[in-house]
Each structure stands twice: as C-alpha cells, then as structure tokens.
Design a protein. Sequence first.
Length: 187
Amino acid sequence: MIREKKFVFLTVLTFLMYGLGLFFDDHFFLLPFPIFDFVLLWGALRFIFFNPKRRKLYSYLFLLGVLLKIGINPILKASLLNQNQLMYLETSVIPDFLLVFSLLFFFISFIAWNIQEKLSIHWLWHTLHALIGIFALSLDLWFILFFALLPATLLYVKNKENNFRYIWHLYFLLELMTTFMLFFVVG
C-alpha cells in the first residue's frame, strides 16, 4: 500500500474508531467533523511536500481550495474571533464568498489535472461537475458530497499512476462522514 493510500485509510479508520469508542462509552455515535478540514489540509500538504516530482499547478489549486474551506471552519473562527466579531462575520457575505471560491478552486484544480496529466476526460464531465457545484451553492450543501465524488471516481478510473487522486478520495470520504453526521445531528 502506498503512502497516500495508507494516509486516507488510516484517517478514515481513526475517525470511525473514535466514533465507535464514543458509542461503546456513552451510547451515541459522533465523529469530530469540524476537524475534517484540518485533516484535509494536512493530507494536501503531505502530498505536495513529500512528492517533489508531482508538484504541479493542480495540487496548489487544490491546496488553495482547502485553505479557503478552512476559512469557514467553526473551530478556527471560534478560536480567533470574539463573540461580536463572530456575529458580524456570520451576518456578512464573507463565509459565502469563501465557500464559493473554495469550490471554484477545487473545480479548477480538477480541470488543471485533466490538462496537465493529459487525461481523456470529456468536457461534459466538467460541465456536470460545475452544475453539481452550482446546485450545492444554490439548492443545498449536501450536493458537495457529489461534487467530491465525481472527480474521485473519474480520477480513479482515468489516472491510476498519479497518487494525488487519493487526496480527492480523502475529500470525498470526509464530506461523506460530515454529511452523515449532519444528517443525524440536524435531522
């Protein structure tokens, strides 16, 4: 098993074991989904810095998307801002812009991967990916799950040599666990 695949596997396994441990102790299952953004950042940084041959534009674009996604993380906001600043930030459009630009950089990263690695992904897949992102922003955020699933699946099928596809797999799995937890917490 290669290093990136191990990282994704161990990350998901660790979070699931944490939830299972809480279930056995306190009879409820909870995953620490607010820290998932930081784990995704760590995974992207690991890939970029441990693979100097694979440092390409798409990996930096993905990293920029992760950094923008962290900008709306509740743990980071609560640790850096006081109550008044948090209330002002939540009523402003800044979190919305950060989310839009985060998804935009993820989308551009996927297109840049297609171009730089000379993959044969048809432009209709990119159009579908963009539409899913628009649905996620305009209708409901659970569409982000499909926004992450499409590149993870296509890159698994089209490019088995490049290990950066595991970062997309990690992004999808973390979004899947977040969606699962939010479904049970909110619903």
